[in-house]
Structure formats: C-alpha cells, structure tokens
Design a protein around this ligand. Sequence first.
Ligand code: NDP
Length: 316
Amino acid sequence: MEMEMEKSRVLVVGGTGYIGRRIVKASLEAGHPTYVLQRAEIGLDIDKLQMLLSFKKQGAHLVEASYSDHQSLVEAVKLADVVISAISGAHIRSHQILLQLKLVEAIKEAGNVKKFLPSEFGMDPARMAHGLAPGRITFDEKMVVRKAIEEAGIPRTYVSANCFAGYFAGGLCQIGRITPARDRVLILGDGNAKAIFVDEDDVAAYTIKAIDDPRTLNKTVYLRPQENILSQRELVEIWESLIGKTLEKIQVPEEEFLDSMKGKDIGQQAGIGHLYHILYEGCLTNFEIGEEGVEASQLYPDINYTRMTDYLKQYL
Ligand code: NDP
C-alpha cells in the first residue's frame, strides 16, 4: 500500500503581513499543520488580531511569542518542522530583516527544524553586491541573515520571487503608483529589459510546494513562470489591449531616472534603485540559474500560475 508522506508542520513568522498572510493560506490549503506566530507586542492592533483569529478559524494554531523573549521563540520553533519567515523588508512599509537573527538563534537552540525559509521573496541578494544605496540595505541585511543561517548549519531554502505583481505590474512599473495609468506611462530605459512578474498568491503556493521537496534543500528557488517574463513595454501592451487604448510613452534615460532619487524619502529612493536594477540593468533575467538554484515553474508545473493579462483585468 502506498503510504502518504506526512505533511510537515509549518510555523509562519510575520504571518499577518502582505506576503505572510498568503503563505499562511497556502500552507493551510496544502494541508500542513500550520502555526502562526502571534507577537506579544501587537497591543491594540485589532485588525492584526482579527486576521490572526481568522487564521485560527481556518485551522491554524496561534503561538504567542516575542522577539525580546528568546525562550518564547525557542518554544515556538520547537512546534514546527519548517519555519517560514515573512517579516517586513520594504522601506515603504517597514524593514525588520535583521530581527531574524533572533529567530536564527532560536532555531539553532531548538535543533529540530528541518528547514528554514528566511524572509527573501525578492531579487536574489547574493547577486546584488553592486546594489545602489539606500535600497541595497535590503540585500545587505538579507545576506547577513543568510550568513547566520549557514554558519549555524540550519537547512534552508531561499525563495527569489522577483517582482510582486501588485507593486510592479499593477502600477506598470511607475514610481509611486500601484494602479495602471490610462493616459501616459514612463518607459524606463528602452523598455525592453525582461523582468518577471509573479502573482503574490503564486509566490505563496510555490513557497509551500518547496518546503518538503528535497530538490530545494540548501538551494535558491527562483520563480520564473515563463509567460510572466516580460519587458515593461510588453506589460504596457497587455494593459493597452485590455483598455483598448494606446498610452503615451515617455522614455526616461538612465541618468534622469537616477537623478529623480534626489529629495525623495528612503522608501521612494529604495524603489527607484530597485527599479533601476530591474529595468535598466535587467538584473532578474541577466543570469542563468546555476547549480545553486532551481526554477519553481519547472519543479511544479501543476501550479497554474496567473498570467499578467488576468492579473491586470482586476484594475479594469
Ligand atoms: P510587511 O510589511 O507586510 O510585514 C510583514 C510582517 O513583518 C508584519 O506583518 C509583522 O508580522 C512583521 N513586522 C513588521 N514590523 C515588525 C516589528 N517591528 N517587529 C516584529 N515584526 C514586525 O512585509 P512584506 O510582506 O511587504 O515583505 C515580506 C518580504 O517580502 C520581505 O523580505 C520583503 O523584502 C519582500 N518583498 C518583496 C517584494 C517583491 O516585489 N518581490 C515587494 C515587497 C516585499 P506579524 O505582526 O504578523 O508578526
């Protein structure tokens, strides 16, 4: 008789966040016993509490712990086979990547965790040593966390999710916009560099698929769904065909784009730097995945990922 493999127990840290809530949902849907960290510090944040309670209604277990109470973190991670962190790491919202060093300490002490997925879910920080300030803080801090994980000998998987569609496709890659324009659009560079756009629910689904897969052990999982590898011009064309109108296009030379950082807050500066790397440099697609990585849509062809035509329809 074929034995069904037991599903690993998953602890999600940062579970109420933008990507974290989707990871909790995907974990529950895939049938993993799912634990979600409930921070003691949430105070009177009733929206957060209600989200946590809604996870509980869907079958998750809430685990109280605090980053300032090491033992509570150790007890929390002891409940799980796999720990997924989705702690914040975008300057427009909150940036707490280094808090994960406390989580790494707890995982090391608990000693039971079979795999840790730190909060990555973006560009591969290992390829961004040349990143522009101040946005490079994200890459640098993620590398500090990687080093701690690797030095502690913790089995791991890094998920490189490329562009969350909500931020990048939704706004047609415009700084300061998350909805698609209907009149004119700035084309960054020649507009032909290929980027990769991924629906956030698909990011979560691929992440959950990867946790029990031995092929992802100590590897980076790159999310490159073939039909979502698009240039900015191709993305704009998709939107144009949906609205039945051609947008005015204004090409922005490299220097002008970089100059636009001046006087902006750190969130926007980081965003400009990241978009520079993605759309002028083509940093998401200008390399082959080597021995250290695997590609998610090849590993999990059963995931029917969302194409950008369907994603953009929601803004009509
Ligand atoms: P969020 O800003 O939504 O925050 C996630 C969670 O971080 C929060 O819900 C909270 O978890 C926790 N958190 C926030 N502040 C604190 C604090 N002071 N102390 C402890 N915990 C805190 O994160 P995102 O979903 O935007 O980012 C997650 C990851 O995704 C990051 O690594 C980021 O770099 C990456 N990212 C990638 C993008 C892309 O396009 N590829 C775009 C944006 C982010 P809780 O309250 O539940 O404990």
